[in-house]
Design a protein around this ligand. Structure first.
Ligand code: ADP
Ligand code: MG
Length: 678
């Protein structure tokens, strides 16, 4: 038998049980044994009946006088006496009428349960009982407790796991022998056995380490293999033109920050190699990524190559086009800049297509439709991707096919990526960090607000609006549900536009609107048709509205710190003092975590805090990152990550053939699709 076999193949599993397991998303034997316990209960100490103390206990005893009866209103009670050499104790089960028939007189049992006072008598309540053996699963050990579902309890799952362990015993090891030895790991079968049925705390910890190591090893190996595949492609060596770069920098109205210079330099070196660049530039909102992108683009354009610049929305594409036209216009490349959007008229599109095909337009700015549309970019040398995480090998291959070679790729993001994630989830990319803000940035005043001070706050905000400024209001959900009273964008919109701010113009934006409607609402806000824009996090990415000075986050405790930090970056982009108000949904909401936002503007620090406090889902939840679904490893365990990554590199350096490790192949193949950000 194999781990990948359907669960129904397992002894003791029929259709009905398989159906219940499917509810827990357990479909294969592998799913079952990787369904690690949620917690454990310690019944490992066997006590004599005479020495029982209130709490969880196990005794070894014979059971007699088992009597079941219905008491009132359908309530059933089974009582019995358990005796060892030292004393007798009463056992009581509620509503388990089958107990009486299941117990055999004269046999030795382990009896485990809660010993406590019930109706004036000490008893063991609802105990698990099983015949004494050298591998009990419900008693006399540290007992695993699993996720349960209706009609499927932990004791049944224990029985199945016990059965599956017989299969695991027969399986080959998942990892190379040298790796197990180097890292002093438990063998796979031992680790799986110990994680479910720990024989000691020490072995349980070793099991956890082994399994976590394996998970991170798979993840980093997947990333490194992706990376290797890209590097094996022949790329275009595009040398940079020093004179042109200097000229460009001289004509900027500001001096580049040191961080910008370092990052541009790294990009130039990448592009000059005949291997394709695959670099991620991360820099907080406002750190000046666009200039960096422009310098990369200019280098490719000067050498006669085309550049595709992709933004997440049409509005952002337009804003970028305007900026880039300015920047490149300074050095005489303005007429090579073109915009290609779905919303252009057919005639405009046709002209754009022609100019792209004949090479007059070298910098093509658009949305992701640039890849799928029939655009003839046969001289494509560089792809720049702004603010999105879904561009991977698959898409790159498409463009490669289109261009006839593998272009360089530059990703840009304002999402701070802690080092641990850079090495795992983003391990296939080279990463540069713009860790320095241009000088003279105003500080956004951030303040936590209790719902009781709403009135005062709205008065203060209205002064801003009266002075011509605008406000974003961000809500955690679109529509009202029981659990989100007053926190939805729809309800907030209604409330603000009909009451508190009925003298102002209020707009509503959320993810259920069609893309064109979303763009229109956003554009109207930019054009000051609205004073207030109520929305969900759809405004998170990149849009520039310098006149907006207030960011009001509703139900702030529902957001991750890094996410709020990104939202906060939507204001403070103009000359006016800006504010970020974190409104709590009730006065008892936990605020300790959110205080960090008042005190720091360091996106990395906030992301690290998020990772620590709430796990990676809090930062990258919106990306639905499959690899975040780690079962046991902790993505903030830097020591483990460093060791696993070194081991993965070692695996590659040793030229190990991954096909010799069938289990590893299947995991890594699945993960490669995820870590390549596809
Ligand atoms: P982001 O990293 O968020 O994309 P942008 O590229 O939009 O940031 O830059 C934000 C603003 O900062 C722009 O107005 C840009 O012109 C300006 N800027 C960029 N680099 C510098 C610099 N070195 N000194 C001063 N201002 C800069
Ligand atoms: Mg930007």
């Amino acid at each position: 038998m194999n781990l990948s076999d359907p669960i129904i193949e397992l002894k003791g599993v029929g259709d009905e049980l398989a159906g219940k397991l499917a509810i827990l998303r357990i479909r294969t034997i592998d799913d079952l044994i990787e369904d690690f316990p949620r917690r454990y209960e310690d019944y490992s100490t066997i006590t004599s009946a005479k020495n029982l103390r209130p709490g969880p206990v196990t005794i070894k005893a014979k059971i007699s006088s088992v009597v079941g009866r219905y008491v009132r209103r359908g309530m059933h009670i089974t009582e019995a006496i358990a005796s060892d050499d030292t004393a007798s104790v009463r056992l009581v089960w509620f509503n388990q009428p089958y107990r009486a028939a299941a117990i055999r007189a004269g046999q030795d049992y382990f009896v485990a349960g809660e010993y406590r006072l019930s109706r004036q008598r000490f008893s063991i309540l609802n105990p698990s009982v099983e015949l004494v053996s050298d591998f009990p699963i419900n008693t006399a050990r540290i007992i695993p407790v699993y996720r349960e579902t209706k009609g499927l309890k932990s004791n049944q799952i224990r029985r199945l796991i016990r059965e599956a362990l017989n299969i695991v015993k027969e399986l080959p090891e998942h990892l190379p022998a040298w790796l197990i030895k180097d890292q002093k790991l438990l063998a796979y079968k031992e680790a799986i056995g110990e994680i479910h049925f720990p024989s000691s705390l020490d072995l349980w910890e070793q099991a956890k380490r082994r399994l976590a190591f394996e998970e991170i090893f798979q993840l980093t190996l997947a990333a490194l293999l992706n990376r290797q595949e890209v590097l094996a492609e022949k790329g275009l060596a595009i040398p940079f033109n020093e004179k042109l770069a200097k000229d460009f920098v001289l004509k900027l109205p500001f001096k580049l920050t040191n961080a910008q210079r370092k990052v541009v330099w790294a990009i130039y070196q990448d592009m000059a190699k005949n291997q394709p660049m695959n670099r991620l530039v991360e820099g907080d909102v406002g750190s000046g990524k666009t200039v960096v992108a422009a310098m990369a683009a200019l280098t490719a354009m000067e050498q006669g190559f085309q550049v595709a610049f992709m933004a997440p929305t049409e509005i952002l594409a337009r804003q970028h086009a305007e900026t880039l036209l300015n920047l490149l216009g300074n050095v005489g490349y303005g007429d090579q800049v073109g915009l290609l959007l779905g919303s252009l008229t057919p005639a405009q599109k046709k002209t754009a297509h022609q100019k792209i095909a004949d090479g007059t337009i070298r910098l093509i700015i658009g949305t992701h439709a640039l890849i799928s549309e029939k655009v003839d970019m046969h001289k494509l040398g560089l792809i720049i991707i702004d603010e999105q995480h879904r561009f991977g090998v698959g898409q790159r291959k498409k463009l490669q096919a289109k261009a006839g070679h593998m272009p360089h790729v530059l990703h840009m993001t304002a999402t701070p990526i802690p080092r641990s994630l850079a090495l795992t989830l983003y391990g296939e990319l080279d990463i540069s960090v713009l860790d320095e803000m241009p000088p003279g940035r105003q500080k956004i005043k951030t303040k936590l607000v209790s719902p009781n001070s709403k009135k005062t706050l709205y008065k203060q905000i209205d002064k801003e609006l009266a002075a011509g400024r605008q406000m974003f209001v961000v809500c955690p959900v679109i529509t009202e549900t029981g659990a989100s009273r007053g926190l939805s964008a729809e309800e907030t919109f209604k409330q603000l536009s009909e009451h508190e701010f009925k003298h102002r113009k209020v707009g509503l934006l959320h993810g259920r609107l069609k893309p064109a409607e979303k763009e229109r609402v956003m554009q109207d806000f930019i054009d000051r048709q609205y004073d207030i824009l109520v929305s969900t996090t759809v405004i998170e990415v990149g849009v520039d509205v310098p006149n907006a000075t207030v960011m009001l986050i509703v139900g702030a405790e529902r957001f991750g710190l890094a996410q709020i930090h990104q939202l906060r970056g939507r204001v403070g982009r103009g000359a006016h003092q800006s504010y970020c108000f974190l409104m709590l949904s009730d006065s008892k909401a936990p605020i300790q975590r959110l205080r960090a936002l008042e005190n720091t503007t360091d996106g990395f620090r906030l992301a690290e805090l998020d990772l620590e406090l709430r796990g990676p889902g809090a930062i990258y939840g919106s990306i639905q990152h499959g690899a975040l679904d780690l079962r046991i490893a902790n993505l903030s365990d830097m020591k483990l990550i460093a060791a696993a990554r070194a081991a993965a590199q070692n695996f590659i350096d040793k030229k190990e053939d991954i096909d010799n490790y069938p289990h590893l192949v299947s995991r890594v193949t699945a993960l490669r699709a995820v870590t390549n950000l596809n």
